[in-house]
Design a binder for this molecule. Structure first.
Ligand code: F6R
Length: 241
C-alpha cells in the first residue's frame, strides 16, 4: 500500500482522476470499478473536466459499480446508486450506459439466498477490473463489506450494520428507518482481484478505520479494509484531519 497525503480535497480529486486518466489513455477500453458516496465526487468532477477538455473518452469503457441498495423505498429512488452515478458522472460523459453495470436493481426482492456471484464472472469475463476506486466506512467497510466479512467473499446480499445505516441516514432526511437495511455488494475477494485500487480516506469519522488500515499488515475481519494490506497495487489518498 502506498499512502499519499493530499493538501486538500481539490488536490485529492485531481490526483485520483489522474490515476484514471493514466489507465484510460493506455487502455481506452479499460474496465473500471466505481464507488458512490461523498468520497469520489471530486474525482468524478475532474474526470468530467478531462472529458470536456478532450483529454479522455469513455466511449469504449465498461464500468462495474461496487454496490447497490436493495429494497429502497420508492420516494428515495433518487438515492439509488445507479441514479447517483448518472447524476455525478455518466450523464456528463460519453460512456455507453449499456456498458455500466450494477450488482442488482434496487427493486429486486430481498432474497438472502439469491446468488449474485455472476457479477464476479461478468467482471472476470471482461478481463477483470483495471482500476477500482473505493471509499471507506467509519467501521472500516469497503464496498458494503461490513466487519466480519470473509476475505473470500464474492458479490452477495449483505446486511448493513447499524453504524452504516446511521452514517447513510444523512441522505434520507436523517431518518434511520428509511435507510435500506440490505444491499448487494462486491465481495472482498472481488475487490482484491482488481489490478489497481485507489482508496480515498477523508473525514474525522474515518480516523479509527484509517489507523486500523495503517496498523494491520494482515487481513483482520474486524476491519474489512485491511484486505488491502497485501494487495500488490493499492494507493491510498488521504487528507490528515
Ligand atoms: C459506496 C461504498 C461505500 C462508501 C463508504 C464511504 O459505493 O461502497 O463503501 O465508499 O461508505 O462513504 P462516503 O464516501 O460517503 O463517506
Amino acid at each position: 500500500m502506498e499512502f499519499i497525503k493530499c493538501k486538500n480535497l481539490e488536490e485529492l480529486g485531481q490526483l485520483c482522476a489522474n490515476e484514471f486518466k493514466n489507465i484510460i489513455v493506455k487502455k481506452p477500453n479499460a474496465i473500471l470499478g466505481l464507488a458512490t458516496g461523498s468520497s469520489p465526487i471530486g474525482v468524478y468532477q475532474n474526470l468530467i473536466k478531462m472529458y470536456k477538455n478532450n483529454e479522455i473518452s469513455f466511449q469504449q469503457i465498461t464500468t462495474f459499480n461496487l454496490d447497490e441498495y436493495l429494497g429502497l423505498k420508492h420516494e428515495y429512488e433518487y438515492n439509488s446508486y445507479r441514479n447517483f452515478m448518472n447524476e455525478n458522472l455518466f450523464n456528463a460523459i460519453d460512456v455507453n450506459k449499456n456498458n455500466t453495470f450494477f450488482p442488482c436493481k434496487t427493486s429486486d426482492l430481498l432474497d438472502s439466498k439469491k446468488d449474485y456471484s455472476d457479477y464476479d464472472k461478468e467482471i472476470a469475463n471482461k478481463g477483470g477490473l483495471d482500476l477500482l476506486i473505493l471509499g471507506i466506512g467509519s467501521n472500516g467497510h469497503i464496498g458494503f463489506n461490513e466487519p466480519g466479512s470473509s476475505k473470500n467473499s464474492t458479490t452477495r446480499v449483505v446486511e448493513l450494520t447499524s453504524s452504516t445505516i446511521k452514517d447513510n441516514s444523512r441522505f434520507f432526511n436523517n431518518n434511520i428507518n428509511d435507510v435500506p437495511k440490505y444491499a448487494v455488494s462486491m465481495g472482498l475477494q472481488t475487490i482484491y482481484q482488481a489490478k489497481k485500487i485507489v482508496l480515498i480516506v477523508v473525514g474525522e469519522s474515518k480516523k479509527q478505520a484509517f489507523e486500523a488500515l495503517k496498523n494491520h499488515k494482515e487481513f483482520n475481519a474486524d476491519w474489512p479494509c485491511t484486505v488491502l494490506a497485501n494487495h500488490p497495487d493499492t494507493k491510498i489518498f488521504y487528507i490528515e484531519n
